[in-house]
Design a protein around this ligand. Structure first.
Ligand code: PLP
Length: 468
């Protein structure tokens, strides 16, 4: 037995993996990773994989980055953790100062949680609680876009709309308003992204006009609906939304958990619309992909609505045990240093252009409906019929074939259903991008060559994190 097989056996005897039908592992080998180095992951048999999806969108400066490692080690020698109620520490103060300075004007307070989903819970609770403190107890519902994803905890699922994750739990969920997404994949032929996104805003305007008295907040993934298949839209939608939220007295929550820290081509997606949301949720790349942490930034106006004598019971009495963990803050500080010192946002433009040029020809493939890109995220949508854009039935798991092919070639390319995408660490080279494009092209060729074996009903969108 190889070392990989030994570790796989031990794993499968005791672990239950996230977002996995464990029975799949009867056929699909699990890959135990021994070490990481830059864009590479290495398994126990010495095989290397180029991490094209940044290990679920978190890693921006490579695995085992010497600069981030050093900062965490240094922190480890002085303070590993202290509770954040009644106590504080240097890394969390410095990080908060830097996040306030780095994000759009008006975001002046930072609240921390342990992961993206709980960051969303905080934004939803704070928004509802703000209106309650302001005497507006009717404002308790949330508006969300179709095909959106905001995490896995129950309230975060409630504001999401990827059926694979939420259908089962429907009886548990909050009742939200769902507004059709500005997703530009669905635009009519010849219509620009901008015109389509602008036109789709009419649905949002109508929902807000009719129901604003009972709406606390609108929550969106700015510019890219990640888990919903890397669907993209134009910043004009965010401008219109900010203006309407002000007009109707509704909060705007930006979930930049996936798109923050340079993914869309700017440090934060909201910069492209020139707006400031009332709540900005950050996680994933916040710590460079090292440690779990999320930050929710909000305005002084929101903060002041909770600031009062204890007896008024207006305080936000929400906590997570590991709030503001110093090691995670140290990783985040090192990550922000690299962004500044290496002028990363500017340097990424060259890489984004290479991602475009290396994949442009795939748009002509008979089973590719679209190659789309926003900054450092590029997606290739495979379809059964190019002219009608008929999707492959999700049960055929075409994306899984691309995944398996890529593993053989030494790349971690984990499609979302039939959407093959690159979301690489920013330390990738142009040559490595060319390699990924070549692997993706071969994978798509293999995955789409096979004829449909069974006619299967069902149009539910396949899911985030599902290699199928
Ligand atoms: C990943 C993600 C989340 C959830 O973050 P977790 O840390 O996995 O809980 C929420 N929103 C978006 C847009 C995400 O991509």
């Amino acid at each position: 037995m190889s070392l990989n097989q030994i570790w796989m056996q031990r794993d499968l005897a005791v672990l239950w993996h996230p977002c996995t039908q464990m029975k799949d592992h009867e056929q699909l080998p699990l890959i135990p990773i021994r070490r990481g180095d830059g864009v590479w992951l290495e398994d126990f048999d010495g095989k290397r994989y180029l991490d094209a999806v940044s290990s679920w969108w978190v890693n921006v400066f490579g695995h085992a980055n010497p600069r981030i490692n050093a900062r965490i080690r240094e922190q480890l020698d002085s303070l590993e953790h202290v509770m954040l109620a009644g106590f504080s520490h240097q890394p969390v103060i410095e990080l908060s100062e830097r996040l306030v300075a780095l994000t759009p004007p008006g975001l002046e307070r930072v609240f921390y949680t342990d992961n993206g989903s709980t960051g969303i819970e905080v934004a939803l609770k704070m928004s509802y609680h703000y209106w309650r403190n302001a005497g507006q107890t009717d404002k308790k519902r949330f508006v969300t876009l179709t095909n959106s994803y905001h995490g896995e905890t129950v309230a975060a699922m409630s504001v999401g709309d990827v059926a694979l994750f939420t259908d089962t739990y429907k009886p548990l969920l909050l009742d939200t308003f769902k507004v059709p997404s500005p997703d530009c994949y669905l635009r009519a032929e010849g219509v620009s992204w901008e015109d389509h996104s602008r036109a789709m805003f009419a649905h949002m305007e109508q929902t807000l006009a009719e129901h604003h008295a009972e709406i606390a907040a609108v929550i969106v993934e700015p510019l890219i609906q990640g888990a919903g298949g890397m669907r993209m839209y134009h910043p004009v939608y965010l401008q219109l939304l900010r203006e309407a939220c002000d007009r109707y007295e509704v909060h705007l929550i930006h979930d930049e958990i996936a798109v923050g820290f340079g993914r869309t081509g700017t440090m934060f997606a909201c910069e492209q619309a020139g707006i400031t949301p009332d709540f900005l949720c950050l996680s994933k790349a916040l710590t460079g992909g090292y440690l779990p942490m999320a930050a929710v930034l909000t305005t002084d106006r929101v903060y002041q609505a909770f600031y009062d004598d204890y007896e008024t019971l207006r305080a936000f009495l929400h906590s997570h045990t590991y709030t503001g963990n110093p090691l995670a803050c140290a990783a985040a500080l090192a990550t922000l240093d690299i962004f500044a010192e290496d002028n990363v946002i500017e340097a990424n433009k060259v890489l984004a252009a290479r991602m475009a040029s290396a994949t442009a020809h795939l748009a002509g493939h008979p089973h590719v409906a679209e190659v789309r890109q926003t900054g450092m995220a590029l997606a290739i949508e495979m379809v059964q019929n190019k002219a009608s854009r008929t999707p492959y039935p999700w049960q055929e798991r075409r994306g899984l074939k691309v995944y398996q092919h890529a593993l053989e070639r030494g790349a971690l390319l984990r499609p979302l259903g039939s959407v093959v995408y690159f979301l690489p660490p920013y330390c990738i080279t142009e040559q490595q991008i060319d390699f990924l494009a070549e692997v993706a092209e071969q994978g798509i060729e293999l995955a789409t060559r096979e004829r449909v074996s069974v006619a299967v009903p069902g149009d539910r969108y396949p899911g985030f994190r599902d290699p199928g």
